[in-house]
Design a protein around this ligand. Structure first.
Ligand code: F6R
Length: 615
């Protein structure tokens, strides 16, 4: 949430930051701004709307050797130019961009107004800019020390809440400062230039060398040098990581939208996630980074999954799969609820977080709470070096490649596949036989090919989307393993098309949502063959009896009476364990094409932002 790019070095600060902001726009797109030190002082440009508006305002190739920039997802204050970042102190010395929420900004503001500082915006960030200016004005000159750095450090001691910040000072045209607590911030180390950003994606065009800042750390950058200090002002020995992303992975290529690109990338994302993770005898999975031995895992009595949004739906699939195949009791909690609930957990509980970004603040906070209570923690996540990945005892990287579309698609199916592989692994060290294991491994290996087959039906799905695109309500219904996919289908549709949609266990429909059924409210049924199929069919009959249109996504071997189905999308027959993945593809495509029909901006849906780093 909110994108930050800061730059120091050659005479190209403006253009590098602009490029970075475009790559970060998925973090927030209410407004954007930039402050550049251009040799004559601070030049600040802010615009509401997309980064394109800022680009227009900046004109041709904005230069400068030092600058900070921001793309905003509003927390405090409306979407106005005054509230857009950077915020400049009233003495015009300090400029700040900020991601996070400063909880005590009102008392800070009161104090600063009493001291004569003035405010132009409703934001919490402007209070921090003025606080730094206040400390800066009082800070004595000490040889060999940066007054600027000292004043930032002092100010941060008074901040309650979360921040990732980049700060510049007009008296220090050769220094850029960044700091984080709760909100992500990384440092890019280049040749004759250094950067700060909220996301690796923003800087890979300049450097692949990255330092992940930890909470409480402050980085002091010059064009050739950097120094990191901890919250207690101790020097930190930084580890420089090499980012293994190819910049083109985060570009659109031949696709119209990132959501479309990422839906079509799923076969590759799945292949990458399973590569090298099956045993030689083809009967189980294994993971390099779990840091827990099979013996440790045999002692686990219960698993608690925590996540938010789409990743929470992946947890629900994990619950079904792990209970079914490994016979370990599983619970799933919204991370934001777990954190504030004093849940009694057994000491042999394993806490498992799922997060694409690895930065979602609710998930991170819940994980920290679990760690504080002494539980072992693992994660599935897609962002190497992210805070969640670093803070867990062990974990599994998704290797799905960068996900830029705000609505998660390939990250979700990759999480579900890894949950299936975890179920297999845990099952094999407990109760699953060799034969059961090999069947599952074979099913997983088939998966990318089957997903490609479903993607081949995109024209058919687009024509169904056209037919229903003007509906204002949708139901998504499925039983057992299909219930989380119904929830995910409804969420996807809501996010990108703004159609009201609800996901339910199909049988629950009779207990209330059936009141919504009408010729104007289509129901998407997710039906798979097997014991439960006749029950799903009965639920479809109930909808049809009330003249509700039915779009059915069904496995090929389901025997469906043609008269009750209005539109059918067939999915290849498969092992139960991979069905949630296969059934997800048509619902993603349906949502995507419906949103296109409605003229929605699928990659930047209103009010949303990728990676929610505020509570
Ligand atoms: C929906 C979506 C969100 C995220 C949620 C968690 O399409 O993307 O619901 O799933 O914000 O994000 P991560 O997985 O990054 O923790």
């Amino acid at each position: 949430m909110c994108g930050i790019v800061g730059y120091i070095g050659r005479d190209r600060a403006g253009s590098v930051m602009l490029d970075g902001l475009k790559r970060l726009e998925y973090r927030g797109y209410d407004s954007a701004g930039m402050a550049i030190m251009n040799g004559q002082g601070l030049e600040t440009t802010r615009r509401t709307g997309r980064v394109a508006e800022l680009e227009k305002a900046l004109g041709n190739s904005p230069g400068g050797r030092l600058g900070i920039s921001h793309t905003r997802w509003a927390t405090h204050g409306d979407v106005t130019e005054e509230n857009a970042h950077p915020h400049v102190s009233s003495d015009e010395k300090i400029a700040v961009v900020h991601n996070g929420v400063i909880e005590n900004y009102l008392s800070m503001k009161k104090f600063l107004i009493e001291k004569g500082y003035t405010f132009q915006s409703e934001t919490d960030t402007e209070a921090l800019a003025n606080l730094i200016a206040y400390h800066y004005a009082k800070e004595p000159e000490v040889a060999g020390k940066s007054r600027f750095l000292e004043s930032v450090r002092k100010s941060l001691r008074h901040v309650e809440g979360a921040y990732g910040i980049a700060v510049i000072c007009t008296d220090y045209p050769d220094e850029l400062i960044g700091a984080r607590k709760g909100s992500p911030l990384i440092v890019g180390i280049g040749k004759g230039e250094n950067l700060i950003a909220s996301d690796v994606n923003a800087i890979t065009q300049c450097t692949q060398n990255v330092i992940y800042l930890n909470d409480g750390e402050v980085v002091h950058l010059q064009k050739e040098e950097f120094a990191i200090t901890s919250a207690s002002s101790k020097d930190v020995e930084a580890i420089i990581h090499q980012v293994d992303w190819d910049t083109s992975e985060a570009e659109l290529g031949d696709f119209q939208h990132f959501m479309e690109k990422e839906i079509f990338e799923q076969p590759t994302a799945l292949e990458n996630g399973m590569r090298g993770r099956f045993s030689d005898d083809g009967s189980t999975a294994f993971f390099g980074g779990l840091n827990l031995s099979p013996r440790d895992l045999c002692n686990v009595d219960r698993i608690l999954f925590i996540a938010c949004g789409t990743a929470w739906h992946a947890c629900l699939v994990a619950e079904y799969l792990i209970e079914r195949y490994a016979r370990i009791p599983v619970e799933v909690e919204y991370a934001s609820e777990f954190r504030y609930r004093n849940a009694p957990l057994d000491k042999n509980t394993l806490v498992f977080a799922i997060s694409q970004s690895g930065e979602t603040i609710d998930t991170l906070a819940a994980l920290r709470e679990a760690k504080r209570k002494g539980y072992r923690t693992l994660s599935i996540n897609n962002s190497v070096g992210s805070t969640i990945a670093r803070e867990c005892d062990g974990g599994i990287y998704q290797h799905a490649g960068p996900e830029i579309g705000v609505a998660s698609t390939k990250a979700f199916t990759s999480q579900v596949m890894l949950a299936a592989m975890v179920a297999l692994y845990l099952g094999r060290i407990r109760n699953l036989s060799f034969d059961q294991g090999t069947q599952i491994v074979e099913a997983l290996k088939e998966l990318p090919k089957q997903v490609r087959e479903i993607l081949g039906q995109s024209d058919h799905i687009a024509s169904i989307a056209k037919k229903y695109a003007q509906a204002e309500d949708f139901l998504f219904l499925g039983r057992q393993l299909m219930f989380p996919i119904a929830l995910e289908g409804a969420l996807k549709l809501k996010e990108v098309s703004y159609i009201h949609a609800e996901g339910y266990p199909a049988a629950e429909m009779k207990h209330g949502p059936i009141a919504l059924i009408s010729p104007e409210c289509p129901s998407v049924f997710l039906a798979t063959s097997g014991g439960i199929f006749p029950k799903s069919l009965a639920n479809m009959q109930e909808v049809k009896a009330r003249k509700g249109p039915i779009i059915c996504v069904a496995s090929e071997d389901c025997d469906l009476p043609a008269e009750i189905i209005d539109d059918l999308i067939k999915v290849p027959e498969s092992h139960d364990i991979v069905r949630p993945i296969l059934m997800s593809i048509p619902v993603q495509l349906l949502s995507y094409y419906i949103a296109l029909e409605r003229g929605c901006d699928v990659d930047k849906p209103r009010n949303l932002a990728k990676s929610v780093t505020v509570e």
